[in-house]
Design a protein around this ligand. Structure first.
Ligand SMILES: Nc1ncnc2c1ncn2[C@@H]1O[C@H](COP(=O)(O)OP(=O)(O)OP(=O)(O)O)[C@@H](O)[C@H]1O
Length: 239
């Protein structure tokens, strides 16, 4: 069963100025929604869990290993991190090679159903850098999740996706959850996430990290403190 433990974890880019300090949490398989204001540290936390950056203090344990201590290609077998800005992750000159990159470097067989749901075949020969924002997002997500890792860290995955792309990704996430993955989605789209009935919400607040089971139990004030649009803003006067 996939598991992420954060112990006395401090994250950031400068030791003297941590973005989040001394946080603890333990999460297992299921769907987790990461919320927080712009610049609160959502991407930094996901990158630390993915092993792309080292903690300033404390540690992250993923099924008893510390991800940033592994070689990239080893970590990529277990942990998927999809980029908020899709163009940052591209390394190949053709979309199809971009999608196959992770399979080549990790040696895993790959889950092509995910690719087929997200990427139209007519994009396969295109240069990833020439894609539109939404097309690039689809390719970027597919080129990571094709590895079908146990842990999925999705950084603002719905931004730029159209109606059909959003439905496809929701279906991929629902299916992954049924298959026992541990998923964390960083987003500002709380009402959309609510439809997926997440197991937990992880909120980065001014005081640190708050973990709750039910979004509806949070007050408008708590939501606003976590940088989330209040219900009244979303629903035009609701509550
Ligand atoms: N490479 C870096 N070097 C120094 N500071 C950085 C770096 N990357 C991000 N930061 C800063 O760290 C803080 C947290 O950034 P992060 O991207 O984790 O926020 P976020 O919660 O994902 O924000 P958003 O909702 O805007 O995407 C911000 O103040 C940001 O400017």
């Amino acid at each position: 069963m996939p598991e992420i433990i954060a112990e006395k974890l401090s994250i950031g880019y400068r030791r003297e100025k941590p973005i989040l300090k001394n946080i603890f949490f333990k999460i297992r398989e299921g769907l987790h929604i990461l919320l927080g204001a712009n610049g609160s540290g959502k991407t930094t936390l996901l990158k630390t869990i993915a092993g792309l950056i080292n903690p300033l203090e404390g540690r992250v344990l993923i099924n008893n290993f510390e991800p940033y201590k592994l070689k990239r290609r080893e970590a990529a077998k277990y942990i998927a991190y999809t980029w908020q800005n899709p163009y940052y992750g591209f390394v190949e000159a053709r979309v199809i090679d971009e999608i196959k990159f992770i399979l080549r470097t990790t040696g895993v067989k790959g889950n092509w159903e995910i690719v087929e749901k997200l990427v139209p075949k007519e994009l396969y020969e295109r240069n990833p850098y020439t894609l539109s924002g939404g097309e690039a997002k689809r390719v970027s997500i597919a080129s990571v999740l094709v590895g079908d890792q146990d842990i999925w860290l999705l950084d603002e995955p719905f931004n730029e996706l159209d109606y059909e792309g959003t439905l496809s990704l929701l279906e991929i996430i629902r299916d992954a959850r049924r298959r026992g993955k541990l998923i964390i989605i960083s987003t500002h789209l709380v009402p959309l996430m609510d439809q997926l009935e997440p197991d937990k919400y992880l909120l980065i607040t001014r005081k640190g990290m708050l973990i709750v089971n039910d979004w509806n139990k949070l007050s408008d004030e708590e939501l606003v403190n976590a940088g989330v649009l209040s219900r009244s803003m979303i629903c035009g006067g609701y509550r």
